[in-house]
Design a protein around this ligand. Sequence first.
Ligand SMILES: [Mg+2]
Length: 345
Amino acid sequence: MSLPSIDAKWRISGMALPTYDGVIITLIADDGSIGEGYGFPFPPLGETPGGCFNALDLMGKALIGKDALAIQANMDVVRKVIPHNLSAKAGVDCALHDMLARFLKVPMYQLLGGKTRSRIPLMRILTLKSPKEMREKAVELARQGYRYVKIKTAGNVEEDIERVKEVREGVGQDVSISVDPNQAYLTKEAIAFSRGAEKYNVKMMEQPVHFSYGTAIDDVTRESSIPIEADESATTVEGVMDLAVNRRVDGVNLKIPRSGGILTTMAMANICAIAGLSCRLGANVGTRLLTAHAVHVGAALPNLDYACELAEFERLGNDPYEGLSIVDGEIVVPDEVGSGVRRRQ
Ligand SMILES: [Mg+2]
C-alpha cells in the first residue's frame, strides 16, 4: 500500500519522499485470532516494498503450524528464514504482539512490562524547504500546540544555520528545536554547523555524517556542544552496543521497522539505559497501525529522554486505520485492547 504525503514536496537531504510504501501483515491463528503488523521498508536503508513483500512470503510459510503465542520462538524462526529484511521482521514481530494482546484482552503495553506514562510528547518534523518556509511551518505547528520541532538540514552549512535562526526567531524560546542533516555533512562541516547553530539553543543533532564514515561520528560528538544522536548508524543491536560501549554518540534514535521489531527495539533501549545514553522513538512513518505499536513501546520504556516522532500519520493520506489521539502536542497512549487502532469501515 502507498500513503501519499499531503505535502507532495516533502523531502530530506538528498531525497524527495512524496509517498511512503509499506506492507500490511495479518496473522491468523487456528481459533480465528488476528494480529496485524506493518512492514515499512525505507529505501535509503536498502529495503524496498517488493523485497519486504517477498521476505514476508517466506516468513509466513515458515510460521504455519507454529504456536501463535510464542513470540520469541516465532521470531527465532523468522530470523533464520533470511538475513537482513528488518522491516519485514519488524512487521511480523508487531503482528505477533498485536495477536497476543488481543488474545489476552489487554493493551499491548502490558506485554512490554506495563505503562510508565499515559502520554508521549511529540516532535514534528520540518521538511526541507527554504529557511523562511520552514519558519512558517514551525510557527503553524507551535500554534497547534506542538512544543518540539526538528529541522531537516541540507548539507549547506551557512543556509542550514539560517534555517535554525529563522525557526528559532519564529517560535521563540518555548519550543524545543533539534536538527537532522540525514548524514549530509562531512566531519568538519558538521562541526562548523554545530558551532554556528549552538547559539540558537539546539537540543540535539541527529546523524550528522554518513554511517559508512567509520569513526567520523565520534569526532563530531567530541567537538560538538550540541548532543549527537545516532540514527542511520543505529540499525542493529550490535551497532547500538558499539555506539554505547565506546561512547561514540550522546543518544540513539530507535525505530521499530529499522531495528527488526519490538523485541530488538526494547533491547536497544535497555542498552542505552545501562550505558547512560539518551534514547527516544524516531519517525515511524506510515499508517496509524505502525505508529500505535511504537506508542505502546514508548509507553512501556522508562528511559525515553526526549520527544518522539509519532505524529507523522498526520501528514499522510489514505490511511486505512483510525484511532490515536493527539492532545496539546502529546499522543495519548491507548488503553483499549490490542494496539488501539482499527480498520476504517
Ligand atoms: Mg534521522
